[in-house]
Design a protein around this ligand. Structure first.
Ligand SMILES: Cc1cc2nc3c(=O)[nH]c(=O)nc-3n(C[C@H](O)[C@H](O)[C@H](O)COP(=O)(O)OP(=O)(O)OC[C@H]3O[C@@H](n4cnc5c(N)ncnc54)[C@H](O)[C@@H]3O)c2cc1C
Length: 324
């Protein structure tokens, strides 16, 4: 596609919350480029919720409302997105870094023969109207700044990279699109709900996480109790989920990236892969019996000691404080 031909910023995510988060940043970028902001919504019975996206900054909301597209389908979603890009020629396409969004972005970029930057934690535009994406690389040890030679510029954005914008009273244009539903080459054999708590850990304002310092699964009750007092959520390091299977999800580079007001790391050493997922937390408290543990280097407050003694004492102290 010719660089000069394309204009506008297009957003799509199969996760509506993430689409809204991306819209906030995309609006800033579109304003800087003096371009329009488009958002694509695909699904079943989604026209009303799609129209509401104008309040979050979209000038044009493209809707494909089709019962056959209630659930994500790689081929059909790709074909809809590709057609939209070819017909409307946005210079930037921002997709949600969900498990469906990442391969979708890679396939779209391949089909268009352009580049793709995955998992951008920051986005900006340089003097040449080029999108610049920043992403954590080398296992969390470095930040790579990447830009493009071709357009459209395709990038994916993870959850919580950008704050959700406040809705504003503004009108956008709703454009209904017809889409041919492709015959899927995949067959869904079984769908099982993921075992998760009701609240997304990314939305928690306080997270109490445990690592291999926790000796038994039953001891999780210590974290549950503290999290109750703080109205927070319990999280963990990867080994507790992957190796010990005590949890289904974890926090970190390969897990959830969180930015709560308070993150308490209990018995977590704080290696880079864990720290990469918590570095945007407002206050980090570390409880660890090893004073040399790397978590203390990035913690705002550190407690050197045994979590089995400190957690009950901390819970009591906070409870008393809250009662005053
Ligand atoms: C590609 C890749 C991706 C990864 N992604 C992630 C990720 O997203 N998230 C993640 O967490 N890890 C990730 N890991 C794993 C990571 O490298 C570490 O192995 C892991 O984070 C260590 O977990 P931990 O801190 O719980 O355990 P450890 O490193 O074993 O630390 C346990 C800590 O507990 C302390 N402790 C022990 N007993 C007590 C006690 N009673 N009271 C207080 N402190 C105590 C110890 O002093 C120690 O510091 C990844 C690894 C790879 C290779």
């Amino acid at each position: 596609m010719q660089m000069s031909e394309s204009k506008g910023v297009l957003v799509f995510s199969d996760d509506q919350n993430l689409a809204i988060e991306i819209l906030g940043k995309a609006r800033e970028i579109a304003d800087k480029l003096q371009s329009e902001l488009f958002v694509l919504v695909i699904g079943k019975g989604i026209e009303e919720s799609a129209a509401a996206l104008a309040k979050f900054g979209a000038d044009k909301v493209f809707v494909v409302d089709n019962p056959a597209l209630e659930h994500f389908q790689a081929e059909s979603y790709l074909s809809i997105l590709h057609n939209l890009v070819v017909n409307h020629k946005p210079e930037i396409v921002l997709l949600g870094s969900t498990k469906n969004g990442k391969p979708l972005a890679a396939r779209l970029a391949t089909k268009l023969d352009v580049g793709c930057i995955p998992d951008c934690a920051r986005l900006s535009v340089d003097e040449g109207r080029r999108l610049v994406g920043e992403r954590i690389t080398y296992g969390g040890n470095a930040v790579a700044k990447v830009t493009f030679k071709t357009k459209p510029q395709v990038a994916t954005v993870p959850s919580r990279a950008f704050d959700k914008p406040e809705p504003k009273e503004r009108k956008g244009q709703l454009i209904k699109l017809d889409a041919k539903v492709e015959q899927s080459k995949l067959e869904v054999v079984e769908t099982k709900p993921l075992e998760t708590s009701n609240v997304r850990i990314e939305d928690a304002s306080a997270i109490i996480s445990c690592g291999r310092g926790l000796e038994k699964k039953e001891d999780k009750v210590l974290l549950d109790e503290l999290s109750k007092v703080l109205c927070g959520q319990v999280g963990c390091s990867r080994p507790l989920a992957e190796d010990r299977k005590w949890f289904s999800e974890w926090v970190g580079l390969s897990g959830h990236k969180v930015k709560p007001k308070l993150y308490i790391a209990c018995g977590i050493s704080g290696v880079i892969q864990h720290v990469a997922g918590i570095r945007d937390s407002k206050v980090i408290v570390a409880i660890n019996k090893d004073e040399q543990a790397p978590i203390f280097e990035m913690a705002d407050y550190g407690v050197i000691g045994n979590l089995y003694e400190i957690l009950p004492a901390l819970k009591e102290a906070i409870r008393k404080q809250l009662q005053q």
